[in-house]
Design a protein around this ligand. Structure first.
Ligand code: PLP
Length: 227
C-alpha cells in the first residue's frame, strides 16, 4: 500500500506541475488536498510518509476518529462534506479548514463553537456555479451577501470558494464552468475581501481546473485508488 500511494502522489504532483506549466502558472501556485474519505488511518500515514500533510474528509464522524488516531502526526484537516447543524461542534473542534460552508447559520455556529485555544477556522464558501438543482452550495446571486457576512464572523477566516461542478461532456465545457467560479472569486476580491483560495478540481478535472485558476485541487481516487 505504501508504495502504491507514494507513486500515485508523485504522479499527481507531476501532473499538477505540468498543468501549471501549460497554463503559464508557477509550479507551486496550486496546493494538493489528499481526499482520504473512506480510507483508514494507515492510508493517511502512508501518504504522510510520502510528504503529504493536508487531508480532506467528507464524513464528519468518520473523520473525527481518524484525526484522533493520527494525533502524533502534524497534519492539516479539511472538512469538504455537507455539514448538518448538529455536527458543527465536531467540525469546529477538530478541523483546521472547512470548504463546504453554504449557509450563514452553519457559519455562525462554527464561529461560536470554535474553541478559543485554536486559531480561527479557515473557511471556503461552497458555490453551486452550474446550478445543479440537487446539489449543495449557495447560488452565485446569493454569494456576495453570504461572503460579507461570513467574513465578519470573529472566529472564522474566510479564505475563498469551493466548487464541485457536474462532470461536463467536453473539456471546453468543463473549463467554462471553472472559469465562472474564477470570475466569482475575482469579483469578491474586487469587493475588498482578501481571498486567496479557489478550491476547485478533483481527480478527473484537475488539469482543467488548474488552467482556469484553481489554487487547491482535492484529489482522492488518483492517490488512494477507487473507493
Ligand atoms: C470525494 C471528493 C473529492 C475527491 O474526488 P476524487 O474524484 O476521488 O478525486 C473531492 N472533493 C469533494 C467535495 C469530494 O466529496
Amino acid at each position: 500500500m505504501n508504495n502504491f500511494i507514494a507513486e500515485n502522489l508523485s504522479r499527481v504532483r507531476t501532473q499538477m506541475e505540468a498543468a501549471c506549466q501549460a497554463a503559464g502558472r508557477l509550479p507551486h501556485s496550486v496546493s494538493l488536498l489528499a481526499v482520504s474519505k473512506t480510507w483508514g488511518a494507515e492510508a493517511v500515514r502512508a501518504a504522510h510518509a510520502a510528504g503529504q500533510t493536508a487531508f480532506g474528509e467528507n464524513y464528519i464522524q468518520e473523520a473525527v476518529g481518524k484525526i484522533g488516531a493520527l494525533r502524533d502526526l502534524p497534519l492539516q484537516w479539511h472538512c469538504i462534506g455537507p455539514i448538518q447543524s448538529n455536527k458543527t461542534r465536531l467540525v469546529a473542534e477538530h478541523f483546521d479548514w472547512v470548504h463546504s460552508v453554504d449557509r450563514l447559520k452553519i457559519a455562525q455556529r462554527l464561529s461560536e463553537q470554535r474553541p478559543p485555544h485554536l486559531p480561527p477556522l479557515q473557511v471556503c464558501i461552497q458555490v453551486n456555479v452550474d446550478g445543479g438543482e440537487t446539489k449543495s452550495g449557495i447560488s452565485p446571486q446569493e454569494l456576495p451577501a453570504l461572503a460579507q457576512a461570513v467574513a465578519a464572523l470573529p472566529r472564522l477566516q474566510l479564505r475563498g470558494l469551493m466548487t464541485i461542478p457536474e462532470s461536463a461532456e467536453t473539456d471546453a465545457q468543463m473549463r467554462a464552468v471553472h472559469a465562472q467560479a474564477k470570475a466569482l472569486f475575482e469579483s469578491l476580491r474586487q469587493q475588498g475581501l482578501p481571498l486567496d483560495t479557489l478550491s476547485m478540481g478533483m481527480s478527473a478535472d484537475m488539469a482543467a481546473a488548474i488552467a482556469e485558476g484553481s489554487t487547491m485541487v482535492r484529489v482522492g481516487t488518483a492517490i488512494f485508488g477507487r473507493r
